[in-house]
Design a binder for this molecule. Sequence first.
Ligand SMILES: O=C(O)CCC(=O)C(=O)O
Length: 265
Amino acid sequence: MPLTPAQARAHADEVRETSVTVLKGLIPIETIDTWNAAFGPLLAGSVRREGDNPNRGPHRYYVTLPFHGLWADPAIMDNDAIMAVVEELVGADGVMCQLASDTPLMGSEHQELHRDTQLLFPESGVETPPYQLAVNFPLIDVTDDTGPMEYAPGTHMLSKEEGMRRIAGGETPLVRAYMARGDVMIRDVRHIHRGTPNRSLTPRPMVVAGYSRRWLNRPEVNIRVPADVLVALPERARRWLRHNPVFETRADADRAEESYRAFAY
Ligand SMILES: O=C(O)CCC(=O)C(=O)O
């Protein structure tokens, strides 16, 4: 269901103010369940390669999604409601630069509190409007048991020191991001946040699609786009993908692994 311009603005304003907005029940649950079933083998491959101490913390896996088949579904990658909010925040000339997933398993721990990006002018103490967003949706329901992300609202507009001070003093609480299958979160990744332990036996995959202002280069991520997938996408999706490498075949696109190492800002 598309958003009206006023609804899109209200969601964008919520991100500007708190760092997070949720579009509830946006993606059909059947689609999510199909993604979750297809995700199993990708996760198993990462667990085999990386063992139980991968780069996002123990028993926590960052898995890049191949950009073809169901993973490149335009109903999600070119979703009118998501794009309306994203365009409000980073401009209609922005870029999509990341498609991956974060999955804590049983045995995962609290991550350090961190932000996912550097500030643009860290020495200035002045925060800018948004320039880097994550669009997240879980492949299972996120409850206390399955390891909800915790975030500190408003800290995207503060220095790390000030944000940490407010969290430590209880002035800014850590909010647990409970989500049901089908919910989509759009967040400003400058907010201070952390992954929490998944205490269940079920992996908790969280898809992450990254969107940025057109001038932001994020060398740590990209989307390796097969040419046949690109030409079949709607014009808006092709435009948002324009800075990513394009490959003649899907096998070539799948070959290189993105190396998104654990770093915390
Ligand atoms: O998956 C989550 O709950 C958060 C993970 C996270 O913040 C990270 O890996 O940087």
